[in-house]
Write a protein that binds this ligand. Structure first.
Ligand SMILES: [Zn+2]
Length: 234
């Protein structure tokens, strides 16, 4: 499959500037992050769901775009199209989409105190997942946050958008040649949507050059999620 080099994807919607080139250059100049993770930093603030307090848990809802959603000011996912545009992978089984999401969110909630749940009917989801209205590269995430305190700001909204022109695999095959694994890419984008950046190119689910060879959390990914939300509670 093609590389999903998505180093440019994370933006705060209401800052209308492109920071990605600089951010990626900075990453390349750094040695691998010692702890194997890197927290998103937006205007000098780390961002997380729930209390703006490190190592504190959160409940986060998610849902899928059923209609066009316009996000003016966002650089990525500006036009979010219905998830059905990615239908090829699960047209044969609509339930599979819910399973894929549960799988991808579960990768994180098994390790950190994050309780994900599907949004109730009519409830705007915290994390909205859809197709790109303007297809570009592989997938992107956008995050929005509120007022920060002591260097941490609460996330208020996130969007994840997938390029509908990419051949997506739902992990159950048979897949077209070069198909990208949707659960893995979703898990990576969820990492951004909960406040994690790329620690480097490889060696982590959150690596920006992860070509799908890492489909689970590496120790650094776990450490990053736990730094933000604390360990999973049983
Ligand atoms: Zn990424």
């Amino acid at each position: 499959g093609g590389a999903w080099s998505d180093g440019a994807e994370v933006r705060r919607a209401f800052i209308d500037k492109i920071v990605a080139g600089a951010a990626v250059a900075a990453l390349l100049a750094l040695p691998a992050a010692a702890a194997g993770y890197r927290l998103l930093e937006i205007d000098g603030l780390n961002v997380k769901w729930g209390e703006p307090l490190m190592r504190s848990g959160a409940e986060v809802s998610y849902g899928f775009a059923a209609a066009e959603v316009s996000m003016p000011g966002a650089i990525n996912c500006r036009a979010l199209a219905p998830i059905a545009r990615l239908a090829a992978a699960w047209e044969r089984d609509p339930e599979r989409l819910a399973e894929i999401a549960a799988e991808a969110f579960g990768i994180w909630s098994r390790e950190a105190d994050l309780r994900f749940r599907p949004a109730a009917p009519g409830e705007p989801p915290d994390i909205l997942i859809g197709a790109q209205g303007e297809p570009d590269r592989i997938a992107f995430a956008n995050v929005w946050h509120g007022t920060g305190r002591q260097g941490i700001a609460p996330l208020t909204r996130a969007a994840i958008c997938f390029n509908p022109l990419v051949a997506w695999s739902d992990g159950e095959g048979p897949d077209p040649a070069g198909a990208l694994d949707l659960p893995t890419v979703l898990a990576h984008e969820i990492g951004h949507a909960i406040g994690l950046d790329h620690p480097g190119a490889t060696g982590a689910l959150m690596g920006y050059s992860n070509q799908g060879d890492i489909d689970h959390l590496m120790p650094g990914d776990v450490a990053g999620a736990v730094a933000l939300y604390g360990p999973a509670r049983d």
